[in-house]
Ligand binder design. Structure first.
Ligand SMILES: C[S@@+](CC[C@H](N)C(=O)[O-])C[C@H]1O[C@@H](n2cnc3c(N)ncnc32)[C@H](O)[C@@H]1O
Ligand code: SF4
Length: 464
């Protein structure tokens, strides 16, 4: 139970409390008071016991002052909880999604020098030395990614899967439930793509990367894929299709992808334990991952692979085996996700088999194993309800970054996104702001309201 007089930051303060008590039952009675009296004071009272924290008065623009008041409100609450319960969180008082964006902004605004990122994250947010250093590495590896308001990425969403995986937090329908809608969905999608191509031409935008994601785009058959990809005739830097589930990959479909210039595909093992795959309702085996990977290499695609740490029933040994198998396969990119358990998920009440402390250790072990094998971290983000308050990190090898992952996860590029539940973004790099325009979430509504979806994006990019 948290009571605060700093109503403007109530949501973030609650998020921090929830992260702190994630693995414990019940929250104590906490009262947070923020006062300005020459300096800034935060007084945190936990079960009647008060602790006081003092900071210099925030200065600068109104926005900057508010951001510093929030930073210090969270830092005070974190310090008080840490002291009272003798516990720390890997990402300290930072409750946001992108620690790297926060550090980049601090450098760009002149608050800190580039060499001081790690120290800044530890001092101002009490982020652990290990995580601050990871964020610092990611920022360094992202350097040189060009920003230009005329460069955009093109994203196509296929929110349909062969079956639902039990842990999945994405909006996606099982193919059998929407099979009869697919012809109309593809027609609406093509209408939207064509309208966006005209917009791109009229506004002299340049498409840098294409990403077809979902869901599982390779749930479409070879003819449907052929029809869809024929519409995506931009000359791009990088063209990625999220195949995702190895059980949807066939030679015929890969031939179609190759014909249309796809350069990279994702084949996601999630784990190499067949017992876990069965437990999480993921209807494929490790053998199918190996077979799909071998087909992809034969065709010369670059391959990204996703795994999840903290899957139900997995102990350290199983996770270590997954990591060593990944390293044997040696794909171009690897993303390590920490399991995210949303309210309403079937795994909501499950605690990780190996405990939160060991989960954190095994994630660090996995990150280090990858780095020792030549992989470098290049994007990093966090989600709410992620086990142990941990993170997702993407790695590349041999200078082979998947640019779209930086653009979308770090929100550094405008994205024209088509399809149900696709969210378009316009990044105003000079003004340092982002405008978003989501399409409706579900297929029937999307098909019905396709003209409105097109108009929304025409408005978003109207004054380029
Ligand atoms: C957009 S999803 C789709 C990928 C593709 N359909 C597949 O299943 O292989 C991208 C990635 O998010 C990760 N993911 C999905 N749900 C998750 C969860 N609850 N916790 C952690 N990672 C999750 C998985 O690793 C997945 O590969
Ligand atoms: S196939 Fe991918 S997107 Fe579909 S339910 Fe499984 S994890 Fe989610």
């Amino acid at each position: 139970m948290l009571k605060t007089n700093a109503k403007e930051f109530e949501k973030e303060l609650i998020d921090l409390c929830e992260a702190f008590f994630d693995d414990q039952d019940g929250m104590p009675e906490i009262y947070h008071e923020q006062m300005i009296a020459g300096n800034l004071f935060n007084i945190i009272t936990i079960d009647g016991e008060a602790q006081e924290f003092e900071y210099p008065m925030p200065t600068g623009s109104e926005l900057k002052q508010k951001s510093l008041r929030k930073r210090y409100a969270l830092l005070s609450l974190y310090k008080a909880l840490s002291k009272k319960f003798a516990k720390t969180l890997p990402w300290g008082s930072f409750t946001g999604i992108r620690p790297t964006a926060l550090a980049r902004e601090a450098v760009e605004s002149g608050e800190i020098k580039e060499y001081a990122v790690s120290e800044f994250l530890q001092r101002e947010f009490m982020i652990s030395q290990e995580k601050a250093s990871l964020a610092n590495k990611v920022i360094k590896n992202q350097k040189g990614i060009i920003k230009n308001d005329h460069l955009v990425d093109f994203y196509v969403n296929i929110p349909v899967c062969p079956t639902r995986c039990a842990y999945c937090s994405f909006i996606s329908s099982e193919i059998k439930a929407v099979k009869n809608l697919m012809p109309d969905y593809l027609q609406a999608l093509i209408k939207e793509i064509r309208a966006m191509k005209k917009l791109i031409f009229d506004k002299a935008l340049i498409v840098r990367n294409i990403y077809v994601g979902g869901g599982t785009p390779t749930v479409l058959d070879a003819q449907e894929l052929d029809m869809l990809l024929s519409e995506l005739s931009f000359r791009v830097n990088e063209f990625t299709v999220e195949c995702g589930r190895p059980d949807t990959i066939t030679r015929e479909k890969l031939d179609v992808l190759e014909k249309h210039g796809v350069s990279r595909i994702c084949i996601n093992p999630q784990t190499f334990s067949n017992a876990t795959l069965k437990r999480i309702g993921r209807q494929h085996t490790s053998m199918q991952t190996f077979e799909a990977y071998s087909l992809a290499l034969e065709k010369g695609f670059k391959v990204n692979m996703d795994v999840i740490i903290g899957l139900p029933g997995e102990k350290s040994a199983t996770i270590k085996k997954t990591i060593s198998t990944l390293l044997e396969l040696y794909p171009n990119n690897i993303t390590l996700h920490t399991l995210c358990v949303k309210n309403g998920s079937v795994f909501k009440d499950e605690k990780p088999e190996l405990g939160f402390k060991n989960l954190s250790k095994i994630l660090t072990f996995a990150e280090n194993q990858l780095m020792e094998s030549g992989y470098k971290p290049y994007y990093l983000y966090r989600q709410k309800h992620q086990l142990g308050g941990l993170e997702n990190v993407g790695f590349y090898r041999d200078d082979d970054i998947c640019q779209f992952n930086i653009d979308s996860m770090e929100e550094t590029s405008s994205i024209i996104a088509v399809g149900a539940n696709a969210i378009s973004k316009r990044v105003f790099s000079v003004e340092k702001r982002i405008e978003r325009q989501p399409n409706v979430k579900f297929l029937p509504e999307y098909i019905q309201r396709i003209d409105e979806m097109i108009e929304r994006k025409q408005k978003l990019f109207n004054n380029v």
